[in-house]
Design a protein around this ligand. Structure first.
Ligand code: SF4
Ligand code: SF4
Length: 329
């Protein structure tokens, strides 16, 4: 019996240990609640990953470095590299927590933000593939925040400017509950839509496949496009130019470190005014949104009008549990 070798652990002790390993945010969701509440477009449940060690889903968050957030260009490679380092640190903290839990007698397993379901791939690089569990939705269940207009996770401390991982483990400790107020200011704010370079943000939704081209600019879709262009080029000089192009260089660098593949555009996270860090570290550099257009403003006005007439989109209803209680809608 594994239980004979287990030390009793409280949620407070687990959270203190996670912070000691370097994470900024930690919350603990009840695995049974995640089993019963699968988010839209995420058919997998914790028990599909492991039938043994999914009693608790510990969500860990690490904030982005603010210096790169203050850079306005979405495709700035310093942002990709800095974010990749943040992810590396978060992954190491997750692994440290797993080994510590194991020492206390509890086997654990990491759910990283970069691992998509390989069985879902259908030979289409442009298809959006989800992670095995939605870490954003799980973070809401763990009391860390609520979802915003484009379904990004917003936290009181850092708004959406956090990376997440999860550690699953069947430790019998207290769990957290979702927040009782929605953090998103809705289309009246709409800054995530105004800034989006791909214009993929909708009314409590986003076009995830189109977003992927920005979130992962040198990822698998660009790699296959580039290889196809090289194969299709009949002129041998032009073919060589393509092989030696900046596109090849960016892909090579990204394959080397993951920067521009597991990291990329996060403009919607940068400009969101939610979070204690916004006024303190970001507002002076990010208040003006150069990508805004009259057309985007007109769409936001239409959303505000629809909401004032209680005409909420289906995407809002589908995600209402995680957007949070918006009493007047
Ligand atoms: S990550 Fe970039 S492309 Fe995707 S929704 Fe945010 S701003 Fe738009
Ligand atoms: S930018 Fe505004 S509308 Fe978008 S998620 Fe943040 S608070 Fe909500």
């Amino acid at each position: 019996m594994v239980s004979a070798f287990q030390s009793p652990l409280t949620a407070a002790v687990i959270k203190a240990k996670a912070r000691e390993f370097g994470v900024d945010l930690v919350g603990i969701a009840d695995g049974a609640v995640l089993e019963e509440n699968t988010p839209p477009d995420f058919p997998k449940k914790p028990s599909d990953i492991t039938e043994h060690d999914a009693g608790r889903v510990i969500i860990l968050g690490k904030r982005y470095a603010s210096g790169t957030t203050r850079i306005k260009r979405w495709d700035e490679r310093h942002k990709y590299y800095n974010d990749e380092l943040t992810l590396t640190m978060l992954e190491e903290a997750s692994l440290n927590l797993v080994y510590w839990l194991e020492d206390e007698g509890y086997p654990g397993i990491i759910i990283p933000p970069t691992h998509v379901d390989p069985w879902a791939y259908q030979n289409d690089p442009d298809e959006h593939l989800t992670t095995l569990l939605s870490l954003n939705h799980a973070a809401v269940e763990a009391g860390l925040g609520t979802l915003g207009l484009n379904l990004q996770l917003l936290t009181p401390e850092f708004g959406p400017r956090v990376m997440l991982t999860a550690v699953m483990c069947s430790v019998d400790c207290e769990t957290d509950s979702p927040m009782t107020e929605a953090l998103c200011k809705g289309p009246e704010c709409g800054r995530c839509l105004s800034t989006c370079p791909g214009d993929v943000v909708g009314h409590w939704t986003r076009d995830w496949a189109a977003c992927d081209r920005y979130r992962s600019p040198h990822g698998f879709a660009q790699l296959t496009d580039h290889l196809e262009n090289i194969f299709d080029e009949s002129d041998s000089d032009k073919k060589l130019d393509l092989v030696r192009s900046e596109e090849s260089f960016n892909l090579w660098q990204s394959i080397l470190r993951g920067s521009g593949v597991v990291t990329g555009c996060r403009r919607c996270q940068d400009v969101c005014p939610v979070g204690e860090d916004y006024a303190r570290l970001l507002e002076d550099a990010l208040h003006v949104i150069p990508e805004d257009t009259p057309d985007k403003q007109a769409r936001l006005t239409a959303m505000v009008d629809a909401e004032s007439n209680q005409n909420m989109p289906a995407e809002f209803s589908a995600n209402r549990r995680w957007i949070g209680p918006v009493d007047d809608k």
